[in-house]
Design a protein around this ligand. Structure first.
Ligand code: 13P
Length: 252
């Protein structure tokens, strides 16, 4: 049975002190609670080690939001997957549309990053999704298929089985314009069929596919009620415990 996951992506928000405070507050809010999903927080790199040592990481997984496409060496300013792993983080968010759009991350670069993340025992949360013009042109399925094929379909079935996918329509990110539950289900089902076409039904059935884009406490329940929506990747609503908890609790 595939995992249900609610993952926060803090993006470039929170000083170290503010981030630690938020992580500890979430840790306290979850302590002693029966939670029906895995919870992940994606912090800036510099927060990872402090956050991972301040919380119960068996209850809250820690994620970086990126990593380098190289193993090590003369790449000033970069952070490798092995460095991320050494902090106690367990996940790496890869291929977020902001990284693709603002930092030139191509499907080829993301292929390298994914392989390094897996080689270091970390779980990639791999983001895919179309921009508004692509949705309006009706080519969203082709876009997400290409993103998956070009970056992930070189993986063995065993390695693909470790991937979490996050469908994030770019037009829904930070806009308050959520995909409808029906739109999310339709494309998640399609994404699962693409995975099944390459790796078979069992791998596809075990693959968690998260929805991201203006997901919040008011719409999470309806989105998560869809058979192919296995949780959420949350931006703005992950920045306070008050906003994040209802999304976790949407799993009942
Ligand atoms: P918002 O929830 O702020 O729309 O951001 C979604 C997102 O990009 C998560 O990675």
């Amino acid at each position: 049975m595939r995992k249900k996951i609610v993952a926060g992506n803090w993006k470039m928000n929170k000083t170290l002190q503010e981030g630690l405070e938020l992580a500890k507050e979430l840790d306290a809010a979850l302590a002693g609670k029966a939670i029906n999903c895995d919870v992940v927080i994606g912090t800036p790199f510099i927060h990872l080690a402090s956050v991972a040592s301040a919380i119960d990481t068996t209850k809250i997984g820690v994620a970086s939001q990126n990593c380098a496409d190289k193993v090590s060496g003369a790449y000033t300013g970069e952070i490798s997957a092995s460095m991320v792993a050494s902090t106690g983080a367990k996940y790496v968010i890869l291929g977020h549309s902001e990284r693709r759009a603002y930092y030139g991350e191509t499907t080829a670069i993301l292929k390298e990053k994914t392989e390094l993340v897996l080689a270091n025992g970390l779980t990639p949360i791999f983001c895919i999704g179309e921009v508004l013009e692509e949705r309006e042109a009706g080519i969203q399925n082709q876009i997400v298929k290409n993103q998956i094929e070009e970056s992930l379909f070189g993986l063995s079935a065993e390695d693909f089985g470790k991937i979490v996918l996050a469908y994030e329509p770019v037009w829904a990110i930070g806009t308050g314009k959520t995909a409808t539950a029906a739109q999310a289900q339709e494309i998640h089902e399609y994404i699962r069929s693409v995975v099944a076409g390459k790796y078979g039904k069992e791998v596809a059935d075990n693959c968690s596919i998260l929805y991201g884009g203006s997901c919040n406490g008011a719409n999470a329940k309806e989105l998560f009620a869809n058979p192919d929506v296995d949780g959420g990747l949350i931006g703005g609503a992950a920045l306070t415990v008050a906003a994040f908890m209802p999304i976790i609790e949407a799993w009942g």
